[in-house]
Design a binder for this molecule. Structure first.
Ligand SMILES: NC(=O)c1ccc[n+]([C@@H]2O[C@H](COP(=O)([O-])OP(=O)(O)OC[C@H]3O[C@@H](n4cnc5c(N)ncnc54)[C@H](O)[C@@H]3O)[C@@H](O)[C@H]2O)c1
Length: 418
């Protein structure tokens, strides 16, 4: 593709950085982040999200900055900033509106502003467009244009990377959609789907993640039912999974920045339009309740006796350092509140962040005489350990992610799995 655009990517996190580096292979791209520390780490070749290696960064032509004047007058701005929920689980749009104001300040006539952040339908046109107009004194749809392209990457997944997955794009006009098709298509061999509207693209992303949440919630519910019946859910899932149209999901904790958050965006939109989102919120309730369920079950299986417990894994999922919305943290706090002595280990989490955000000191080395170990996150590193070697004879292995199925038949310990 000809170098027809100067592109800026706003927000260099799990989504923005890999995207900016992929786009920079065919395009002049400047990555901007308000976090000065993040920018200097990236300049030094270090990506703390582990999505890119130092070699990836060194080989890239991407320029990174935290100075807004470096992104003045770009042709295309791509915004990939966080969209969390507040305490009341309502959408917190402060970062997208903040980024819109920042872009509005530096953009010139003719710019296209594309949002990649996950939102509910209407945010790009009804919230970001006006914020851009207010900051720029330009008119949306006449002096500048909007686009939306949901990000589908799955951090820690080295197969479905940004250059290998179908990219949905939508533009305020067919011309904008065409420009975005060319821009993104250069990065993923033209694997682009043009959505009918910006709202349809926004809605598509939020239902993709809500659907996952609901499917996991169903499996969590059946895991709790079969647990009460003394029936290992993994045995049930293995048998049911042989049917051609049975959907394969596993029970577990749902944390992180996406699956446990995005359904609240959809629920918010539903309520704003007079619909009570029953399944969506039921799914959220079940998944948010799993840490309490696990805490109670472990306590019960330890005969309510205060014990020495080792928790393996604190991040919100396997093979990533991301600690956001870690549900393991709730289990650690819950067990500590019941009087257990709990130690936590995680090879990927940043010890400083674990301490700062959760007050948890990560263990560097492990002992061999715990009463119980909880396999909470299926980091690859944990697959090779022998859990029986870490606990006292007769101790409990709570294998939340079925990391060590062979331990189920061990005669030196007790085994419980979700
Ligand atoms: N992480 C995922 O798995 C994933 C996958 C698909 C979509 N998404 C969506 O993508 C968006 C970004 O998520 P993420 O995981 O990359 O977040 P992140 O926290 O990893 O990164 C966001 C970056 O934006 C920066 N930032 C915040 N406000 C800013 C502003 N006003 N101007 C410039 N930079 C700003 C932060 O400093 C941070 O570096 C969210 O809407 C998320 O729901 C995330």
């Amino acid at each position: 593709m000809a170098q027809l655009q100067k592109v800026a990517v706003i927000g260099l996190g799990y989504v923005g950085l890999p995207l900016a580096v992929a786009l920079a292979k065919s395009q002049a791209v400047t990555g901007f982040d308000i976090n000065v520390e993040r920018v200097s780490e990236l300049r030094a070749g270090h990506d703390r999200t582990n999505e890119l290696t130092s070699d990836d960064l060194k080989a890239s032509d991407l320029a990174v900055t935290s100075d807004p004047s470096d992104i003045q007058g770009c042709d295309i701005y791509i915004v990939a900033v966080p969209t969390p929920v507040d305490e009341a689980k309502n959408p917190d749009l402060a970062a997208v509106t903040g980024a819109s104001t920042l872009v509005g300040d530096v953009m010139a006539k003719g710019a296209i502003v594309v949002f990649e952040s996950t939102v509910y339908p209407g945010v790009t046109e009804d919230v970001c467009g006006p914020a851009l107009e207010a900051a720029s004194n330009l008119e949306c749809g006449k002096d500048f244009y909007l686009g939306y392209s949901p990000e589908r990457i799955n951090p820690g997944d080295k197969v479905h990377t940004v250059d290998k997955i179908t990219k949905v794009v939508a533009g305020q006009t067919p011309e904008v959609a065409e420009i975005l098709t060319k821009l993104y298509g250069a990065m993923n061999n033209g694997d682009i789907f043009v959505a009918k509207s910006i709202r349809a693209a926004e809605a598509a992303k939020v239902i993709e993640n809500s659907q996952r949440d609901i499917n996991i919630a169903f499996i969590n519910e059946v895991a709790m039912i079969f647990d009460r019946m003394g029936l290992p859910v993994q045995d049930v899932l293995e048998a049911a999974g042989t049917k051609w149209n049975f959907l394969k999901f596993s029970p577990g904790l749902v944390g992180g920045h996406c699956i446990g958050v995005d359904p609240f965006y959809l629920a918010h939109a539903a309520k704003a339009h007079g619909h009570d989102p029953e399944i969506i919120l039921a799914g959220r309730r079940i998944n948010d309740g799993m840490s309490a369920y696990i805490t109670e079950r472990v306590h019960e299986l330890l005969d309510n006796r205060q014990s020495d417990i080792l928790v393996l894994g604190l991040t919100f999922k396997e093979n990533v350092p991301d600690l956001r919305n870690s549900q393991v943290r709730s289990i650690v706090d819950g067990l500590a509140a019941l009087g257990h002595r709990v130690q936590v280990h995680d090879p990927l989490a940043d010890p400083v962040e674990a301490d700062r955000h959760y007050g948890i000191t990560l263990q560097k080395s492990l002992s061999d005489d715990y009463d119980c170990i909880i396999g909470a996150v299926a980091h690859d590193e944990y697959k090779n350990i022998t859990p029986e070697n870490l606990i006292k004879p007769g101790g409990l292995i709570a294998d939340l992610k079925a990391i060590w199925p062979d331990a189920a038949t061990s005669d030196v310990c007790r085994y419980w799995s979700l």
